[in-house]
Design a protein around this ligand. Structure first.
Ligand code: G3P
Length: 217
């Protein structure tokens, strides 16, 4: 299972990349806004930190302009993955870009039928939004399950990139279902390493070690 981090904060990306656990990065216009930085500049910096795919999203709504934006974005670095919305124009753009060998992440997916279309358009990644699906009274994890079943039925190569993950249980359930990739905010990824009994155990070992009066170094 691949781990992507969902942020445009390069300090967080550097910290996670140093663990060796990071396989890629996803950004979106909201995250770029939060970073307070120039889009092209921040994407270029991120592409230099991680070797894996870095999603950079087009903002146009029509196919022709999406293609022009993609042309500019893919020149930033070889690991840029163009993110397009799940609309007819987005799917058309996905097909044209993947036919040319460019990585494409189809985003804002909220139904298994949408995911089916993205796979048929040759998407490298499909991004179903689990948390936002839950927010609206649907079952985000069931969506991941349905897409997994459909992709397996037809051996589609499109990778399921579970997005909008809000807490460690989302990550756990996505791993059980077999999502290919998860993307989550830095805080959620760091939370995966936490357990109260790990902390308690460390405290006990430290106290007993101090009583021995020994040192290793
Ligand atoms: O990758 C999509 C993600 O950024 C959306 O997350 O928490 O804004 O729904 P959220």
């Amino acid at each position: 299972m691949k781990f992507f981090v969902d942020t445009a904060d390069t300090a967080d990306i550097r910290e996670l990349a140093a663990t060796g656990l990071l396989d890629g990065v996803t950004t979106n216009p909201t995250l770029i806004h939060k970073s307070g930085r120039k889009f092209m500049e921040v994407v270029e910096e991120i592409c230099g930190i991680v070797d894996g795919p870095v999603s950079a999203e087009v903002v146009a709504l029509d196919h022709e302009t999406m293609m022009k934006e993609a042309e500019i974005l893919r020149k930033i670095a070889d690991n840029v993955c163009i993110k397009v919305p799940l609309t007819i124009d987005g799917l058309k753009t996905c097909k044209a870009l993947t036919d040319e060998g460019t990585l494409v992440n189809v985003t804002l997916c909220f139904s298994a039928n949408q995911a089916l279309l993205a796979a048929k358009a040759g998407a490298s990644f499909i991004s179903p939004f689990v948390g936002r699906h839950d927010d609206n009274g649907f079952d985000g994890l069931k969506l991941i399950e349905d897409i997994r079943l459909i992709y397996d039925n037809y051996q589609f190569d499109t990778e399921i990139l579970a997005a909008s993950l809000r807490h460690p249980i989302h990550v756990l359930e996505c791993a059980k279902i077999g999502a290919d990739v998860i993307t989550a905010p830095p805080a959620v990824i760091k939370m995966l390493s936490k357990h109260v009994l790990t902390d308690k155990g460390l405290e006990g070992f430290a106290a007993d070690w101090a009583k021995t009066g020994q040192t290793i170094i």
